[in-house]
Design a protein around this ligand. Structure first.
Ligand code: UFG
Length: 330
């Protein structure tokens, strides 16, 4: 198969490209390198640097790259905090970018797309675990734009026959076993890479954002899912569309919740070092508990997450971070 990966130089995009190439697929990447890294681009992928908001650029790639079977779309801004400070940046990149992309895909007769969505589409959940049919009421601009992107695919599908799979990830983490690629955000806001900055000597202590939540130890509970399991789900979703199945939405998580304190304890075990903790105020907009039901992805896509042990997941992240304390710059 020939797969176009938008955002293939980013964290989850680059891991998906590695897995696709490992399976012998032909991969073309578009990435504007705003948050992606050229070092994360797989050497066997064909790379085009450019922005999906630029119709001429997208058209030129699609004119050049004949016979694309399906598209996987990761190209978006994805920081919850930033999306609240600069909402229009998110509307511009995530929504305007996807609109231009869809215009070009329709014009080129490409009708299958797998989309990187998020648990943030649900907002504050009414119950645990979260199911795909639950209420979607995002509490931040990031989630709002991702939900609007899902709807853009839906209505484009109705009009033009495009079929899509939307994958709503919970907390992506971990790194590729080769040690060549891993998580490298700037600024970093995610819990596991921030914890690992402590044993890496880049941070004095990890702040726990609130210990008065209604959970077993008072800290927030999340569903941590290995980036390679996410990558496998994208590949299965492409297969699902190639087999002619209808558009669909799937949650991707392990279905198990870990509190912030449990994650810190697991990181101490995985690194063999003690990790200093300091208490901080709650972070605005953080739901107490987010856990996925991924039964649908298991039943329909045949997805089997292989990395369900939090200590093992953190060990794979540590294998990356200890050798790349400054991300791809080291
Ligand atoms: N946390 C801390 N200290 C830190 C950083 C995080 O205590 O220094 C806590 C947060 O309050 C939260 C948990 O660790 O309870 C996880 O936080 P992350 O920022 O790693 O992840 P989120 O759950 O906030 O965000 C994730 C994805 C987003 C997605 C969101 C859906 O990273 O892309 O889930 O709600 F939008």
């Amino acid at each position: 198969m020939k797969i176009l990966v938008l955002g293939g130089a980013g964290y989850i995009g680059s891991h998906t490209v590695y897995e696709l190439i490992d399976k012998g697929e032909d991969v073309v990447i578009i990435d504007n390198l705003e948050t992606g890294h050229i070092e994360a681009v797989h050497p066997k992928a064909k790379f085009y640097q450019g922005d999906i908001r630029n119709r001429e650029f997208v058209d030129s790639v699609l004119d050049n790259e004949k016979n694309i079977d399906a598209v996987i779309h990761f190209a978006a801004n994805s920081l919850v905090g930033e999306s609240m400070v600069n909402p229009l940046k998110y509307y511009d990149n995530n929504l305007c970018g996807t609109k231009v992309l869809l215009e070009s895909l329709v014009a080129h007769g490409i009708d299958k797309i797998v989309f990187s969505s998020t648990a943030a589409t649900y907002g504050e959940p009414d119950k645990t675990p979260i199911m795909e049919g639950d209420r979607t009421e995002p509490t931040n601009t990031y989630g709002e734009t991702k939900l609007a992107m899902e709807k853009m695919f839906k209505w484009t599908g109705v009009a033009h026959g495009l079929r899509y799979v939307s994958l709503r990830y919970f907390n992506a983490c971990g790194a590729h076993p080769s040690g060549k690629i891993g998580e490298a955000h700037n600024p970093e806001t995610h819990l596991i890479p921030l914890i690992l900055q402590v044993p890496n000597g880049k941070r004095e202590a990890i702040s726990i954002f609130g210990d008065d939540y209604p959970t077993k130890d008072g800290t927030c509970i999340r569903d941590y899912i290995h980036v390679l399991d996410l990558a496998q789900a994208h590949i299965l979703a492409v297969k699902y569309l190639m087999e002619g199945n209808e558009s669909n939405v799937f949650n991707l998580g392990n279905g198990v919740g870990h509190s912030v304190r449990e994650v810190i304890n697991a990181a101490e075990k995985a690194t063999g070092q003690s990790i200093k903790v300091q208490m901080a105020e709650r972070r605005a907009g953080d739901p107490a508990i987010l856990i996925a039901s991924s039964q649908k992805a298991k039943d329909v896509l045949g997805w089997k997450p292989e990395h369900d042990d939090i200590e093992e997941i953190i060990a794979s992240a540590w294998n990356w971070h200890k050798n790349h304390p400054n991300g791809f710059n080291s």
